[in-house]
Design a binder for this molecule. Structure first.
Ligand code: FMN
Length: 206
């Protein structure tokens, strides 16, 4: 079947796209408002785009009444923290995705623990095994979405999941967002080596 995206309404276009590009990692992003409220929100349009220097991206869409708190806070403060989602954080993911006024902290609603960051003022989420402290590198308006590029200035990785300077995916269950309200636990892991190479470490890029 061929689908002409220009013939789809917003909701259908959204549902089709988020079901075609899967699984997506989930960044549970913390930001700080000018008033000092910690905001928490999940973003699955999230990826790394460069490792030297380390740059990650999140794509923050518009909302009916103006800008999402995450975008506004990053524009105001130039900082955010990406906390990687794991199955135990899924209730927090859903709470973070609810719309609350800016003075409400979803971090508190989700009963998560703010831990101090080293390089930015925004706290990280203690319960997440991987936190990336980011400073705003660039914000690019793509139609009504803000493509936010953040330079990682500090990683925090839980000791038990690190092996030889990498996160061992067998020591941690990652979550992938699928379409609709579906998610996957990354547990069925296989190794597939590139012929003639020594492994993934001798190339750059994804
Ligand atoms: C798993 C999940 C992934 C999401 N990914 C995105 C995303 O990539 N971009 C986006 O704009 N909204 C995404 N959302 C919706 C936002 O989390 C939601 O709009 C949230 O209320 C924004 O919060 P804020 O206004 O506090 O920034 C996602 C929601 C869920 C549940």
């Amino acid at each position: 079947m061929e689908i002409d995206p220009s013939a789809l309404d917003r909701k259908s276009a959204y549902l089709l796209q988020i079901s075609c590009i899967i699984p997506r990692p989930i960044a549970l992003v913390t930001t700080l408002s000018k008033e000092g409220v910690v905001n928490l929100a999940p973003f699955s349009y999230f990826n790394g785009i460069s490792s030297s220097p380390p740059i990650v991206m999140i794509a923050v869409g518009a909302k009916r009444a103006g800008r999402k708190d995450t975008r506004r806070n990053i524009e105001d403060t130039g900082e955010f923290v990406v906390n990687v989602a794991v199955p135990e954080l899924m209730d927090a993911v859903i709470i973070g995705a609810q719309e609350h006024p800016p003075h409400v902290s979803e971090l508190e609603l989700a009963k998560l623990t703010p831990a101090p960051s080293r390089k930015v003022r925004v706290p990280r989420v203690q319960e997440s095994p991987i936190n990336m402290e980011c400073v705003l590198h660039k914000l690019i308006d793509v139609e009504e979405t803000a493509l936010i590029l953040g330079r990682v200035v500090r990683y925090h990785v839980r000791d038990d999941v690190l092996r030889d300077g990498q996160v061992d995916p067998r020591r941690l269950t990652f979550v992938g967002r699928l379409g609709a309200d579906y998610y996957a636990r990354v547990t069925n892991i296989f190794e597939h080596r590139r012929k003639g190479r020594n492994g993934p470490t001798d190339t750059m890029g994804g």
